[in-house]
Design a binder for this molecule. Structure first.
Ligand code: ADP
Ligand code: MG
Ligand code: MG
Length: 255
């Protein structure tokens, strides 16, 4: 059974239709890219999947393993292992990094008996350190406050690291490459590769083929325009978009 299925989804914000019949299926272990002009509804899709209250589902469905999640609040959707990261990483002042992560980890693990047992503070720190190493961040991160004073690239790698710790079934990354220079994009892509290695399903929303080139796996590329998936293909579709823009598909990029 499909892990995540978005079925003929119609979503409105403040009475205005933003998604107009969007379809998408993502299995655990698959890597999908979603591209498309600004304002086409990519972030709306991400927020609707997580159940952000501003985004009203008018019709259609979002299913996890065949069961609708539309009636579940965001935290219960997260407990099904669906995580949304990026676009505007927040600084949560005064929330210790390690404290924040341990709480999130324990909340998830208490719920799901298939996950590994509760870790003590010390065991948890060892576990987080391994994941810091994996994304190339320094151990001093554990003693810092969440996102405070991190560089753009560090913030984004730290978000991927949080996902590695929490072990999502599906990770939705909304423009993890935005505002980063080439070296930072590469570092973030390498961190995403670690996430892919865990067998998570990954949805990367991006404007550029650049970050996708560094991924070890890319199964499907979708173009979203005017609230729908208008074309799907493989990696070559992202290269075609990078080379030709969106005009050949009969849509404009208004960025
Ligand atoms: P994308 O991520 O593809 O750039 P979005 O999903 O952010 O597109 O936006 C799609 C449309 O929905 C845009 O016209 C945008 O102005 C509108 N929109 C998105 N989020 C909100 C919001 N929170 N409040 C009002 N309008 C919004
Ligand atoms: Mg955008
Ligand atoms: Mg967006």
């Amino acid at each position: 059974m499909t892990f995540l299925e978005v079925k003929d989804l119609h979503v409105s914000i403040d009475g205005k239709e933003i998604l107009s019949g969007l379809n998408l299926k993502v299995e655990k272990g698959e890597v999908h890219a979603i591209m498309g002009p600004n304002g086409s509804g990519k972030s709306t899709l991400a927020n609707a999947i997580l159940g952000h209250p501003k985004y009203n589902v008018e019709s259609g469905d979002i299913l996890v393993k065949g069961e609708s999640i539309l009636d579940l609040p965001t935290d219960q959707r997260a407990r099904k292992g669906i995580f949304l990261g990026f676009q505007y990483p927040t600084e949560i002042s005064g929330v210790g990094y390690s404290h924040f992560l341990r709480n999130a980890y324990n909340t998830l693990n208490k719920e799901d008996k298939t996950r590994e047992v509760f870790l003590t503070v010390r065991e948890f720190h060892e576990y987080v350190k391994k994941n810091l190493d994996a994304v190339g961040l320094d151990k001093s991160f554990l003693g810092r406050y969440l996102n405070e004073g991190f560089s753009g690239g560090e913030k984004k790698r730290s978000e991927v690291m949080q996902m590695l710790v929490l072990k999502p079934n599906i990770a939705i990354l909304d423009e993890p490459d935005s505002g980063l220079d080439i070296d930072a994009v590469k570092a973030v892509a390498e961190a995403i590769n670690k996430l892919i290695e865990t067998g998570a399903g990954v949805i990367v929303i991006t404007h550029y083929a650049r970050i996708l080139r560094y991924l070890t796996k890319l199964d499907h590329v979708h173009v979203v325009a005017k609230g729908k998936v208008i074309k799907s293909g493989g990696k070559e579709l992202s290269e075609e978009l990078e080379a030709k823009g969106y005009g050949w598909l009969g849509i404009e990029d208004d960025k």
